[in-house]
Design a protein. Structure first.
Length: 94
């Protein structure tokens, strides 16, 4: 399953397609990052990037929700819920 994602400003306005999520981890700031494998680069591990869960919740909410549900680790589930709440607050302000 591939989904187009417009990434944060650090990636300019380029558009990428998510092939799948590889793994997740908690970074040094205590936030969750997810390792993304990009479509068209499945054989190139160098084309995997760590993306903030918060950004993925905004850009590919259905795809990241499926990954969180499948992984079902309590820390990932809790972080996802928090990111969803934050994204909803942002949408209400705009």
């Amino acid at each position: 399953m591939s989904t187009a994602v417009g990434l944060s400003d650090k990636h300019d306005i380029q558009r990428f397609l998510v092939d799948h999520f590889v793994e997740w981890s908690i970074n040094t700031d205590g936030e969750v990052d997810v390792l993304v494998q990009w479509q068209g680069h499945e054989d190139d591990e160098g084309e995997r990037t760590w993306e903030p869960l918060e950004q993925l919740v905004e850009d590919v909410p259905v795809l990241i929700k499926k990954y969180v549900d499948q992984d079902n680790h309590h820390q990932l589930v809790a972080a996802h819920k928090q990111c969803v709440r934050e994204a909803e607050r942002k949408r209400r302000r705009t």
